[in-house]
Design a protein around this ligand. Structure first.
Ligand code: MN
Length: 331
């Protein structure tokens, strides 16, 4: 059950078709393949932004596809407690479950199509783990975590936690009903998603049926990125072939085109893509480990503040149960 789905896509509001004469479709100016790695205490990820210039990603910093993995019993893993400062983490679960707790009192369990939106701002400690039930049983786990940068003026904003349920995501259809569009944050063709963002962005998870084309109107002042979560097809107005695990950076224009191949493999009913973009912040980025600041001096300060306990402390209940100190992992 990939995220939220609908029985009849044709009952959903439809986005307008793009005008073939007036539209300036964006080209896919780069296509990169995400290397595989491990995060936290050892869960498999694909580093979607690896090898791409930060300026092309701005206002985004980092994107991990988590899984897709079929865990054996006892195998599922998460992270230890760790700090963040200077940006926001957006965690979206397509299959499986993930439990979040943070030093600001935020937290919750998310599953099929739910999102956790954590503004680290001035500083926070958090932990992300599969629930014990999933560890015991094993099972499918698939999602992503995106890091959204904050401008200098908001680096020290108070921490905030948003629990976005799948049922609140705006569901739309492409004009011909060939693609299901889930607006998680920002807006698309006048339809707003539930996520409240400090940095203006649009975040969309779309499932495109075999042979169907998705043509999204996209704000000209936003950058545009498409990451293929599953399946195969083409990206860009020029129909460049792309498969699962690849990221396309689009050039300037006012619409984003993705098309699913007519034949998909048996495990993937369609082409599943994450479409994201935002207004570039265009400030210097000093990023290291769990901190994203503007200068190297601010990074040094962040490490000092963390070591002095100024980014928060592990809630007593968790510290007593886990009997551990924060450290080690960075994301
Ligand atoms: Mn983290």
């Amino acid at each position: 059950m990939p995220a939220v789905t609908v029985e009849d896509i044709l009952v959903l509001p439809r986005i307008p078709g793009t005008d073939p004469v007036a539209a300036r479709p964006r080209r896919a100016v780069s296509l990169t393949t995400a290397p595989r790695g491990f995060e936290g205490e050892g869960f498999p990820v694909r580093r979607a932004f690896a090898g791409v210039d930060l300026a092309a990603l701005d206002p985004f910093i980092h994107l991990d596809q988590m899984g897709e993995v079929e865990y054996s019993p006892g195998e599922a893993k998460g992270t230890a407690w760790h700090p963040h400062r200077g940006f926001e983490t957006v965690t979206y679960i397509i299959d499986g479950e993930f439990q979040h707790s943070d030093s600001n009192g935020g937290g919750g369990l998310i599953t099929n199509g739910d999102t956790q939106w954590m503004t680290a701002g001035a500083g926070i400690l958090h932990i992300e783990v599969p629930p014990e039930r999933l560890v015991a049983s094993g099972g499918l786990f698939h999602g992503f975590q995106l890091w959204v940068n904050l401008p200098r003026a908001l680096k020290f904003a108070p921490p905030r936690y948003q629990d976005i349920r799948a049922g609140n995501v705006a569901l739309l259809s492409s004009p011909d009903g060939g693609a299901l569009i889930r607006v998680i944050a920002g807006e698309l063709a006048g339809h707003a998603g539930p996520g409240i963002t400090h940095t203006p962005i649009s975040l969309v998870h779309a499932t495109i049926g075999p042979g169907a084309t998705l043509d999204l109107p996209w704000q000209p002042d936003f950058n545009a990125l498409v990451y293929v979560l599953g399946g195969r097809g083409t990206v860009g107005a020029e129909q460049r072939p792309a498969v699962a695990g690849q990221l396309a950076v689009y050039g300037p224009g006012d619409s984003v085109t993705v098309a699913a191949s007519a034949s998909q493999d048996s495990r993937t009913p369609g082409m599943d893509v994450l479409v994201l973009g935002g207004r570039p912040i265009r400030e210097p980025v000093a990023a290291y480990g769990p901190f994203v600041m503007n200068t190297r001096q601010e990074l040094v300060q962040a490490f000092e503040d963390y070591q002095a306990g100024r980014l928060g402390s592990i809630p007593a209940a968790h510290a007593a149960v886990r009997g551990e100190l924060p450290g080690g992992t960075t994301r």
